[in-house]
Design a protein around this ligand. Structure first.
Ligand code: ADP
Ligand code: MG
Length: 348
């Protein structure tokens, strides 16, 4: 649905003597139809620039972006205006017009595109109902809570029936409960309308709650990208570690520390008890986190096994054979993830 290839964005120097800012440096990213895709990264990583390039609020320096097969950069001004209808956008600070009512804010985009008055009314009423604000149509933005304002933002973004919704930190200025309700709404709209959602956020909680896939942006480059469950099963994945922070506890010198990831059915199994019983070892739990991600129960656990990795190759193999993803950590250092690598590490 959205295909980004080799995208660069360089901002020219703002002041004399300052050098140009390379905000994006060769981004490749594919967002599938109907998926909720989250781009995470620290402040200044280039997230806003990336999402603003998708609807050409920002013009790419080079590279291409196809939205539903269409290269927006190649369109005339008129063509671009039309194509933007297929892309809704919501913002952290809502960007509502203070002098207009909720209804008029939602109608605004439709007005610009020349939708007749009666049709605008009908559509605004319909979409306000969908976001749960039917009874606030004649209120002004200043009379609404933050969550309600964002609902208006969403209604406005969806008024023209777009296929794609872009979200730039839409929940970042909301409290946790309101964030939850807005994320639920986005999830519902994704399912009900078959909406493709590209969102950017610095909050891992957002990714955990609603994203099917995610990418990590660092200094203008994508350093990790994929389906969430696949990322959780990738050794050394930063997204996976950020989704399931297990703290700093790394066990005693000379012992083996492993992290295991489990999803679905496996999350119901008494892994630690089985391991202790079968191999007669004292397994120490250093950290654990279980969450529901994309409707699947997934978890991460850090365990300490007595003795070095050589001594623990049998229990580790058993865990892997039972379908668990096992990463072996050694004295605070992540190994390559394979048993042979970890044995080499132990011997070094
Ligand atoms: N209009 C602009 N002119 C010059 N530099 C900009 C502009 N917008 C963003 N930048 C710079 O580009 C980099 C990425 O910014 P941004 O995309 O806003 O990151 P994020 O949304 O991840 O915080 C930053 O170094 C920022 O200072
Ligand atoms: Mg930003």
């Amino acid at each position: 649905m959205i295909e980004i290839s080799d995208l660069y964005k360089v901002y020219p120097d703002r002041r004399a003597n300052s050098s140009p800012v390379e905000a994006l440096r060769g981004i490749d990213l594919t967002v599938k139809r109907g998926e909720i895709f989250g781009v995470v990264g620290q402040s200044g990583a280039g997230k806003s620039t990336l999402i603003r390039c998708v609807n050409l609020l920002e013009r790419p320096t080079s590279g291409s972006i196809l939205v539903d097969g269409q290269d927006l950069a190649k369109l005339s001004d008129g063509g671009l205006r039309a194509a933007r209808h297929g892309i809704g956008m919501i913002f952290q600070h809502f960007n509502l017009l203070a002098s207009r009512t909720v209804q008029q804010n939602v109608e605004f985009g439709l007005e610009i595109t020349g939708v007749p008055r009666a049709a605008r009314r009908t559509r605004a009423a319909e979409i306000l109902d969908l976001v749960g604000l039917a009874d606030r149509a004649s209120a002004f933005p200043s009379q609404l809570s933050g969550g309600q304002k964002q609902r208006v933002g969403i209604a406005r973004a969806l008024a023209g029936n777009p296929k794609v919704l872009l979200s730039d930190e839409a929940t970042s200025s909301l409290d946790p409960e309101t964030t939850d309700s807005i994320l639920e709404l986005v999830k519902d709209l994704n399912v009900q309308l078959g909406l493709t959602v590209l969102l950017i956020t610095h909050e891992m909680e957002v990714v955990k709650r609603i994203c099917h896939s995610a990418a990590l942006l660092e200094a203008g480059r994508i350093v990790e990208s994929g389906n969430i469950i696949d990322l959780l099963n990738t050794a050394g994945s930063k997204i996976s570690h950020a989704l399931f922070p297990l703290g700093e506890s790394m066990g005693a010198q000379g012992n083996t520390v492993i992290e295991i990831m489990y999803a679905g059915q496996l999350a119901e199994e008494p892994i630690v008890a089985k391991l202790s019983r079968e191999f007669g070892i004292d397994v120490n739990i250093l950290g654990a986190a279980v969450e529901v991600v994309g409707g699947t129960r997934v978890g991460r656990m850090r365990l300490e096994l007595p003795g070095n990795a050589d001594r623990n190759s049998a229990p580790i193999t058993r865990l892997r054979d039972s379908g668990l993803f096992v990463e072996v950590l050694s004295a605070g250092v992540l190994c390559a993830g394979s048993l042979s690598a970890e044995v080499r590490e132990a011997g070094a």
